[in-house]
Design a protein around this ligand. Structure first.
Ligand code: G6P
Length: 744
């Protein structure tokens, strides 16, 4: 039962008890009071008529009756009688009830009252209701005593009691109503405050005090979800469980991944051939899946030594030393790369899908290359499959057309297309001259996945706006003819535990090592930002937030340094080149403003860092600031959490990342709001260890459970389910055809 309802019930029970007690107490007091009043009245009435009564007592019965009648002029005295000491009725008014004989009254009085008493009363019941009889003696000595009996109407007494009771009942109802209203208003106000807080938190403006409540709610939801799932299949998601899922649901068929960026790049260096691991969220997530499931990753062979390391089928076994899966390299000519990768993918689709104040450029020749390269990769995929109904994972915006192309060659394939970046609303996607082709291409897949439900909704709305199809909103599917494409959110994550951490020093060692290496004071507070140099990452805003922190919180001047690791990216595109220069300028400007002989607020490391090195920085830092202006998920945030097995460090996270929905214990900020961001940086630097630990522990629990094996596992299970249904309906169709032919 809700708290407010419980409180209200208690309040009402208390009020009811109070009313009953008040009713009895009041009745008792008023009764006593009325009795005394009657006593007094009787005496007054009798004493004022005493003279006349005494004079006519025995002598003139008619006058005696008259005197008694005078007494009954008081509207509350119904009747009167005069009784002799022996109990003989001497006179009585007309209305005097004859059943009260003098003898019986005097006998009762002798029994109940002391002999010396000069008055006595009783309340007998008459069929018409109760009356009060009072006997008053006149004449001093006992042998001369004369009794005057008065009959009082006490019906007004019960009337008054009834009125009192009614007033109390009305008062009870009014008070109850007031109590209910007050409780309701208080509960509503509290609820509104709570929902505002929740909304604010979900939007990213989470107030720091509120977060524990949100965490409680989420922990509960998570527990329920994971309990249910664990019950159904047993255990947390791990490489083993993913493999088992593949065997159980998909007959252990090998997976073919299509993704532009390859997970292991062979580069020629002065020391020979080196294997590099690119800065790419997609690669971070998918590589562990391939190691767990084996199979083939079809990718662009972009390394300078890639051609030297493949076999005659352009394949190479990776990871070096482990060789658990294969990369199939596809070679691209300069024009192809320019049109497909730099042009349509990164100058067209990338700015189209990110709300980051960048205008997309659409060139027909770029799109023509995009079509050709998609076909080239689709063909390579079809060469790698080992059955006519393989499982193919098509990744990201580089390959929007490939699902349809693969479907044309392999109609029975199970194709899962995952879009790693946001999908914009229908109005925005509508500005792309080839929006119909993009959507139709993706609908070639069996399942289209996005990080968030919002992006799924945007995609479904786009289909609704631009395609001939039926939308099954109940099961979130697009139906075209006999084919269905499921549209589902699958928030991506990272492997757990992260295998790179085996090569990384502990947090304490990284703390000392990184500071010494950069020539920083050993006790300097360290913030870290790790990104590809991309305008969607909000790196400029991040550096300005540091400037704002030093301006508004002087206690951090000389004490806080922010390290920005920036991997050069897509440098052939002008917008990226300009960003490169701009970041340099901003860092120099802030450093000029705050640096001293042995202090620098910004350290910009503009080079590629291998994952082990990146994880060392995560471990050395006091805070990590992810300030993306728009990001599908952002795995840097999850990697920082995974790195901190010491449960220390604070994550400051942009509300415009998919990760902000998962990692609500981070300090969520709007990166455009420099005041808010600098406040969050200050809060992070001031945060007590206990609170850091509590938040970090909760986020670590989340990432460990909702890891990338679960992401892949859920997609594969959904795909398997669809595949089962399709196979079943295929068999039914075949049977129907057979029956028809047999009959004809
Ligand atoms: C984003 C994209 C990935 C891409 C990565 C790196 O995360 O979603 O598909 O691999 O950026 O970009 P790059 O252009 O270097 O592959």
């Amino acid at each position: 039962m809700p708290r407010a309802a419980r409180f209200l019930l208690l309040l009402l029970a208390g009020l009811a008890l109070l009313t009953v007690v008040a009713y009895f107490a009041l009745t008792k007091v008023t009764r006593d009071w009325f009795e005394r009043d009657i006593e007094l009245r009787s005496r007054l009435a009798v004493s004022s008529a005493r003279q006349s009564l005494e004079n006519n007592w025995r002598t003139d019965r008619a006058r005696l009756t008259e005197t008694l009648t005078d007494i009954t002029r008081d509207e509350r005295i119904m009747g009167a009688a005069a009784c002799s000491r022996e109990g003989e009725l001497l006179a009585a008014t007309e209305a005097y009830p004859r059943e009260f004989t003098c003898s019986s009254l005097l006998a009762s009085m002798r029994r109940d009252a002391p002999a010396s008493a000069d008055s006595w009363s009783t309340t007998p019941e008459l069929p018409s209701g109760s009356v009060r009889l009072s006997v008053t003696f006149i004449g001093g000595e006992s042998q001369l005593r004369r009794a005057v009996v008065l009959v009082h109407d006490v019906s007004y007494l019960s009337r008054r009691e009834r009125t009192t009771r009614n007033i109390l009942i009305i008062a009870f109802f009014v008070l109850s109503l007031c109590a209910a209203l007050v409780t309701l208003i208080a509960a509503r106000l509290a609820w509104r405050r709570w929902t505002n807080e929740l909304r604010k938190a979900l939007k990213g403006g989470a107030s720091i005090e509120f977060l524990p409540l949100l965490r409680d709610v989420r922990t509960l939801a998570r527990q329920l979800a994971s309990d249910r799932e664990r019950e159904a299949r047993g255990g947390l998601w791990s490489p083993e469980r993913l493999r088992a899922t593949l065997t159980q649901y998909l007959d252990g068929e090998r997976i073919v991944v299509l993704a532009n960026r390859e997970p292991h790049i062979h580069e020629r260096t002065a020391d020979g051939i080196a294997v590099l691991h690119p800065a790419s969220g997609l690669v971070t997530a998918l590589e562990p899946i391939m190691r767990a499931c084996s199979g083939v990753w079809v990718a662009h062979g972009s390394g300078s030594a890639d051609r030297e390391t493949v076999d005659k089928h352009d394949r190479v076994r990776v990871p070096p030393g482990e060789e658990s899966y294969m990369i199939r390299r596809v070679w691209l000519g300069e024009d192809e790369e320019r049109g497909y990768y730099y042009g349509f993918s990164n100058e067209g689709l990338w700015p189209l899908c990110h709300v980051a104040d960048a205008r997309p450029t659409f060139r027909a020749e770029d799109f023509a290359q995009y079509v050709e390269v998609n076909r080239k990769f689709a063909n390579a995929v079809c060469e790698e499959v080992d059955s006519d109904d393989p499982i193919i994972l098509v990744q990201d915006y580089h390959f929007a057309l490939a699902p349809k192309m693969i479907r044309e060659r392999l109609p029975r394939a199970t194709i899962i297309a995952f879009w790693h970046i946001p999908w914009p609303n229908a109005e925005r996607i509508g500005i792309c001259p080839w929006r119909d082709e993009l959507i139709a291409g993706l609908l070639g897949a069996s399942v289209v996945g996005f990080h968030t439900q919002q992006h799924c909704n945007n995609f479904i709305d786009s289909v609704d706006a631009f395609m001939e199809s039926r939308i099954d909103r109940e099961s979130n599917a697009i139906v075209q003819g006999a084919r269905r494409t499921l549209v589902r959110p699958y928030p991506i994550s990272i492997e757990w535990p992260v295998h790179w951490l085996e090569q990384v020093p502990s947090a304490a060692d990284a703390h000392v090592g990184v500071r010494a290496e950069l020539g920083l004071s050993p006790d300097v507070l360290l913030g870290v930002g790790i990104d590809r140099l991309d305008y969607t990452k909000g790196i400029e805003e991040r550096l300005f937030a540091v400037d704002e922190l030093l301006t508004r919180y002087p206690e951090f001047r000389g004490k806080f340094t922010f390290i920005q690791l920036a991997a050069p990216s897509r440098t052939k595109i002008e917008r990226y080149r300009k960003l490169n220069e701009r970041i340099d300028e901003v860092a120099a400007q802030i450093n000029a403003k705050w640096s001293t002989a042995n202090y620098r607020p910004i350290v910009l490391l503009r080079t590629h860092h291998e994952p082990a090195s990146v994880f060392r920085y995560y471990r050395a830092a006091d805070l990590c600031y992810v300030s993306s202006l728009h990001d599908g998920m952002n795995l840097v945030a999850k990697e920082f959490v995974a790195a901190r097995d010491d449960e220390r460090g604070v994550l400051v996270l942009s509300q415009f990342t998919g990760a902000a929905r998962d990692l609500t214990e981070a300090l969520i900020v709007n990166p455009y709001d420099l005041r808010q961001a600098s406040d969050a940086l200050a809060a992070a630097l001031h945060m007590p260890i206990d609170q850091q630990r509590e938040r970090m522990r909760s986020m670590r629990r989340f990432v460990s459970e909702f890891n990338v094996y679960r992401w892949a596992g859920r997609m594969l299970v959904d795909a398997a389910e669809l595949r089962r249904k399709e196979r079943m309906s295929g068999r039914l169709d075949a049977m129907a055809r057979f029956t028809r032919t047999g009959n004809s």
